[in-house]
Design a protein around this ligand. Structure first.
Ligand SMILES: Cc1ncc(C[n+]2csc(CCOP(=O)(O)OP(=O)(O)O)c2C)c(N)n1
Ligand SMILES: [Mg+2]
Length: 645
C-alpha cells in the first residue's frame, strides 16, 4: 500500500501541473508520467541517508524522500521558500536535508559527482551506496564514460541508473546509440550490467535493493538500465509529433501505476473505495499546498544579497609564519604547502594524473604516497572532467580536495565542471564547493601551444571562482594553504618557469596569506607596473636595469578577488601605470584593471593607462618565436612610452 501511495502521489501532482500549464499559471514542465516506477521504486530501496542524484524527470525521487509539495512548488515558482531563492528552476537544486543532489542542465556531469560522493563514503568507511540517474541520451556524453571508468577503477559503490525512455528530446534511440542494450556497455568497464522492466515498481525496488545491499558490503559500481517510455513531450511545450502513435498505445498498456493498482486489486490489498479515498485525499492536499504557494509573496531583488551569496564567507584568520625559515625553490614551496595542508586537514584528498608513486609530472607530490597513503594521494585515469566532478562530490560529502591538472592547458577538458558546477553551486543552492584546482601554467620553456598557455582570464570572468597566482615561493606556500582552507573553489596558478628558477627563505611551518591582497614588491614614485606571475620578475628585471627610474611594482597575487585598493593607491602615488601580463592582450585580465583605473583614478593620471601583454596569437614553440610572442619583448618600449608621455 505504501508503494502504491508513493507512486500515485507524483502522478497526481503531475496531472495538476498539466492543468496549471494549460491555465497559464506555470511555465515549463518536464513530465515523468509513465516513468514513475523508476524514481519511486529506486528511492524506496535506498537508505534515507544515502545520496541520490536524479535528473529532470524524476519528481518521484523528491516526493518519495518526503519533500513537502509546497516546498517543491515554491522552488518551481521561484519563491523564497524554495531551494534556490529563485535562482534556478525546476529540479536544478540539491538539498543536504534530503540527501538529494540535483542536476545542472548539462546532464552527464552529474555522474562524476556520484563518484566523489561514493569515494567519500569509502574513505569514511561508511558502507553506503550512491544512486545516480541518467537518461539514455545522456549516456552519449563523455561524462558518462569518464564517470563509469573512474568508478570501476576505484571500486566505488555507485548505481548508475539509465532511464531509457526511448527518446532524448526528439532523438530516438537508434540515432543515439548502436549497441543492443545500454547495459552491455558495462562489459567495457569490467562491471556488472543489467536491463530490467522500469515500469514495474516491484522489479525496480527489488533490483536496487539487492544491488545496493551487495555494493555496500562489496564496493563496486553497477550499471542498471531501466526500460520505460516517455508518455509526453520532452517538455510540455515541445509536442510529440515525431513519436509514432503505436508506441503510445503499446506503452499505455504498461502504465506503471494502473498495472500496480490492478495487481493490488487482484491481491485484495486495495478495493475501489480505498482507491477513491486515497485519490481524493491526495487531490485536495495538492490543491491546498499549491494555492498556498501561489499566495506567497514574490522575492524582492536585492543586489547585495546576490553578490554576497556568490561565495561562502571564508572567515579568513591568518596563520602567522614561524621564525624558522629555510631557502626553498618555488616548486618546493608548493610541495611544502600541500604537505602542511595534508597534515592540517585529515579530510583532504589529492587527485591527479601520475601524482602518486611517480610523484606528479613535475614531482611536486614526490614522497606523498609514502607519507599519506594511496587513499589520500590518488592517481587518476586521464579524465579531467570526471575528476573535477568527483572533487565536487567529495566536497558534498564532507571532504576537501586538491586536483592537479598535469598542465593548466588540460583544464579545457574539465571546463564544464569548473564553470558550471564548481563555480555556481554555492549561489544556486547554498552548498559550498571545497576544491582547489592546481594549474601548472605559463611559457618560457618552449613547450608550444598546448603546454604553455596563460588561461587565467577564462576563470577570472566566472563569478563563484577564486583565482590566485603567486610569483614567489613564500606566496606560493601561503596562498596554497589559504586556498585549501577556503571553502570556495580556488583556481591556483603556479608558473612552471618559476618552479626551479627562483628561491627564497620561507617559513618552515604552516602559514597563510589572505586571498585578494596584493603586495608592493618595490616602492617607486615615477610609474607603477601592475602585474602578477612571471610578469613580476620581468618588471623587477626591468627596474634593476633602469635603476635611475623610480618604478613601483605591484604583484597582485590574486586575480579574483583582486586588490583594487592597492592598485588605486599606487596609481594615485605615481600617476603613470603600465599593466603587464603574460596572457595575450585582447580580453586579458589587464583590460579589467585598466577599466577600473580609468573609472576610479582618472584625475590622478599623467599618462594613458597602458597595457603590455603577449601577442594575440597562439603560443609558439620555437624559442625565438616564443620570445617574440611574450609580453617581455615589448616591456622596455612600453615603459619608454609611459615615462616619456
Ligand atoms: C550538454 C547538453 N546538451 C544538450 C542539452 C539539451 N537537452 C536537455 S534534455 C535533452 C535530452 C536528454 O535525453 P535523455 O538523456 O534521454 O533524458 P530524457 O529527457 O529522455 O529523460 C537535451 C538534448 C543539455 N541540456 N545539455
Ligand atoms: Mg531519454
Amino acid at each position: 500500500m505504501s508503494f502504491y501511495k508513493a507512486l500515485l502521489w507524483p502522478r497526481l501532482i503531475e496531472e495538476k501541473m498539466l492543468i496549471l500549464l494549460r491555465q497559464g499559471r506555470i511555465g515549463k514542465w518536464f513530465s515523468g508520467i509513465g516513468q514513475e516506477a523508476i524514481a519511486v521504486g529506486s528511492t524506496l530501496a535506498m537508505q534515507p541517508d544515502e545520496y541520490i542524484l536524479p535528473m529532470h524527470r524524476n519528481l518521484g525521487v523528491f516526493t518519495t524522500r518526503d519533500i513537502p509539495l509546497s516546498r517543491l512548488m515554491a522552488q518551481w515558482q521561484g519563491k523564497a521558500s524554495g531551494f534556490t531563492k529563485g535562482r534556478d528552476r525546476s529540479f536544478h537544486f540539491g538539498t543536504q536535508e534530503y540527501k538529494i543532489i540535483g542536476m545542472i542542465s548539462h546532464l552527464g556531469p552529474q555522474m562524476a559527482l556520484a563518484d566523489g560522493i561514493a569515494l567519500a563514503d569509502e574513505l569514511g568507511k561508511r558502507k553506503k551506496a550512491t544512486l545516480v540517474f541518467t537518461g539514455e541520451g545522456g549516456t552519449s556524453e563523455g561524462d558518462f564514460h569518464e564517470a563509469l571508468n573512474v568508478a570501476s577503477v576505484w571500486n566505488l559503490p555507485v548505481i548508475f541508473l539509465i532511464e531509457n525512455n526511448g527518446y532524448g528530446l526528439s532523438t530516438p534511440v537508434n540515432e543515439q546509440y548502436k549497441c543492443e542494450k545500454l547495459s552491455d556497455r558495462a562489459i567495457g568497464y569490467g562491471i556488472e550490467g543489467r536491463t530490467i522492466d522500469g515500469n514495474n515498481v516491484l522489479e525496480v525496488y527489488h533490483t536496487i535493493n539487492e544491488l545496493a545491499e551487495d555494493i555496500r558490503q562489496n564496493p563496486r559500481p553497477v550499471l542498471l538500465e531501466c526500460m520505460t517510455f516517455r508518455m509526453r513531450g520532452h517538455e510540455e511545450a515541445s509536442g510529440v509529433k515525431y513519436v509514432p502513435q503505436e508506441l503510445f498505445d503499446e506503452w499505455k498498456e504498461k502504465d506503471p501505476i494502473s498495472n500496480f493498482e490492478q495487481f493490488l486489486l487482484d491481491e485484495g490489498v486495495l478495493n475501489a473505495d480505498k482507491i477513491k479515498v486515497i485519490r481524493s485525499g491526495f487531490t485536495s492536499m495538492i490543491d491546498i499546498q499549491i494555492e498556498r504557494v501561489f499566495n506567497e509573496p514574490d522575492i524582492i531583488p536585492d543586489p547585495a544579497v546576490e553578490i554576497a551569496d556568490m561565495y561562502k564567507p571564508s572567515n579568513f584568520a591568518a596563520v602567522q609564519p614561524s621564525d624558522q625559515k629555510t631557502s626553498k625553490r618555488y616548486i618546493d614551496a608548493i610541495s611544502d604547502g600541500l604537505r602542511e595542508g595534508m597534515k592540517k586537514h585529515p579530510n583532504l584528498v589529492l587527485m591527479g594524473q601520475d601524482i602518486a608513486e611517480y610523484g606528479g609530472a613535475f614531482k611536486i607530490t614526490q614522497g606523498f604516497v609514502e607519507e599519506f597513503g594511496k587513499d589520500r594521494v590518488r592517481n587518476t585515469p586521464i579524465c579531467e572532467s570526471g575528476i573535477v566532478g568527483a572533487a565536487m562530490g567529495l566536497s558534498i560529502n564532507g571532504y576537501k580536495s586538491v586536483v592537479e591538472m598535469q598542465f593548466a592547458d588540460f583544464v579545457t577538458c574539465a571546463f564544464n565542471q569548473v564553470i558550471n558546477n564548481l563555480a555556481k553551486t554555492h549561489y544556486r543552492w547554498g552548498e559550498n564547493v571545497d576544491v582547489v584546482v592546481r594549474m601548472p601554467t605559463g611559457a618560457g620553456t618552449g613547450a608550444g601551444p598546448f603546454h604553455s598557455q596563460s588561461n587565467e582570464a577564462w576563470f577570472t570572468k566566472t563569478p563563484g571562482l577564486k583565482v590566485v597566482y603567486p610569483a614567489f615561493p613564500s606566496d606560493a606556500k601561503g596562498l596554497l594553504l589559504a586556498a585549501i582552507d577556503d571553502p570556495n573553489p580556488v583556481i591556483y596558478f603556479e608558473h612552471k618557469y618559476l618552479y626551479r628558477s627562483i628561491s627564497e627563505d620561507i617559513p618552515d611551518d604552516e602559514y597563510t596569506i589572505e586571498i585578494g591582497k596584493a603586495r608592493v614588491v618595490q616602492d617607486g614614485t615615477q610609474a607603477s607596473i601592475i602585474t602578477y606571475g612571471l610578469g613580476v620578475h620581468w618588471a623587477l628585471e626591468y627596474a634593476k636595469q633602469h635603476s635611475d627610474k623610480s618604478i613601483e611594482i605591484i604583484d597582485l597575487r590574486s586575480l579574483q578577488p583582486w586588490d583594487k585598493e592597492a592598485v588605486e593607491a599606487s596609481v594615485k602615488k605615481t600617476g603613470r601605470v603600465l599593466i603587464l601580463h603574460e596572457d595575450t592582450l585582447t580580453n586579458g585580465f589587464g583590460g579589467e584593471i585598466a577599466a577600473h583605473i580609468a573609472d576610479h583614478c582618472f584625475a590622478y593620471l599623467d599618462a594613458p593607462v597602458m597595457r603590455c601583454a603577449s601577442m594575440d596569437t597562439a603560443i609558439p614553440m620555437n624559442k625565438a618565436l616564443e620570445d617574440q610572442f611574450l609580453a617581455k619583448a615589448r616591456l622596455g618600449e612600453m615603459m619608454e612610452r609611459l615615462l616619456n608621455y
